[in-house]
Design a protein around this ligand. Structure first.
Ligand SMILES: [Ca+2]
Ligand SMILES: [Ca+2]
Ligand SMILES: [Ca+2]
Length: 331
């Protein structure tokens, strides 16, 4: 199937219009497996990123901790009362200062790791430095104003094209938040899934009828969003922190471009063309973590970001642009 849309006109087929952008990235036409690296380039120069990353590796570290972390609050409460040191440390609850952070063992909420600020975001008596990550999940049935990201798809061939709005709905996945004693933290968003979109359709000047179905978007970036949670906007005692994600996050897109009719088969042959494992990315955004109520919100607000783009060898360019909205996850 794929091959049907192959043969390249590509670089000559660049849309001048703002909505359809000008990234004449001819290599992106390659099929499915080619990947992740192109993606970053196709989407946003700054990312350069990251690479290569194989989707799968990314899930490792977050997942490992997932199970334990949900249990953490309870366990640690018990430990503190029984005098067992928080955070895997055998130092007794005495007047010594095992980690040299000027907090005596008996008062230290993380006895073997220096944490002079004693920040304890979730108030479980285990300092952030010794504590397990906070884990949040997207749940189905969330209010419609959340877990919905608005974007716009475009299909174009050379100077002609069409646009259609797309709502991407988050249906599942886990995000982990790890905080430190300096008022900063990292957010791992390794497994956010976005639902299939309904079929989208446009007619390019009666030359080609294009149907696009985005089967899935999955975050696969191996790296955490690094989020600054400065003291000025964070209240570690009440459990609220807000910060900016400092990097674009890789995603993988699956979908189908279905060319229903084409009056010019040189430009686009009819039939399905899989959009499979097309690399893409989410833009930077804001993260807010509220411990009271246990939720984390990822906000995206970037009309210019190219989430993904694929140019078939037949010269049909399909692109998802702009990303605004919120994903809300709960503990
Ligand atoms: Ca200490
Ligand atoms: Ca300490
Ligand atoms: Ca804690």
């Amino acid at each position: 199937m794929l091959s049907r849309l192959h043969t390249s006109l590509l670089s000559s087929l660049i849309l001048a219009g703002a909505a359809c952008g000008d990234n004449g990235n001819n290599t992106s036409a390659t099929e499915s497996t080619s990947s992740t690296t192109d993606a970053a380039t196709a989407t946003e120069p700054t990312t350069s990123t990251t690479t290569s990353g194989t989707p799968t590796t990314s899930t490792t570290s977050p997942d490992e901790t997932t199970t334990t972390s949900t249990e953490e609050p309870t366990t640690s409460t018990t430990s503190t009362t029984t005098g067992v040191t928080p955070g895997d440390c055998a130092a007794p609850a005495d007047d010594a200062d095992e980690d040299g952070d000027s907090i005596a063992n008996k008062d230290d909420n993380c006895r073997c790791d220096a944490n002079p600020n004693q920040l304890d975001f979730d108030g479980n008596s285990v300092g952030n430095v010794c504590d397990a990550p906070l884990v949040f999940s997207i749940a189905d049935g969330a209010p419609p104003e959340f877990n919905k990201l608005d974007s716009e798809a475009s299909a174009s061939m050379g100077p002609i094209g069409c646009q259609f709005p797309v709502s991407l709905i988050g249906t599942g996945g886990d995000v982990e938040v790890m905080l430190d004693d300096e008022g900063t933290g990292k957010v791992y968003a390794a497994t956010v899934n976005i639902a299939d979109t309904p079929q989208l359709e446009c007619n390019i000047l009666a030359i080609v009828n294009v149907k696009l179905v985005i089967k899935n978007l999955v975050i696969t970036g191996p790296d955490a969003f690094t989020v600054g949670f400065p003291f000025t906007v964070a209240d570690h005692n009440s459990g609220t922190v807000t910060g900016m994600m400092d990097m674009i996050h890789n995603i993988v897109v699956n979908g189908v471009i279905d060319v229903q009719e084409s009056s010019n088969e040189q430009l686009a042959m009819t039939g399905e063309s899989p959009l499979e494992d097309v690399p893409g990315s989410f833009p930077v955004g804001t993260v807010t973590v509220v411990n009271d109520g246990g939720q984390v919100t990822l906000d995206f607000d970037n009309d210019n970001h190219v989430v993904f783009m694929q140019t078939t060898m037949g010269g049909l360019e399909v692109k998802l642009t702009g990303l605004t909205g919120k994903l809300r996850l709960r503990q």
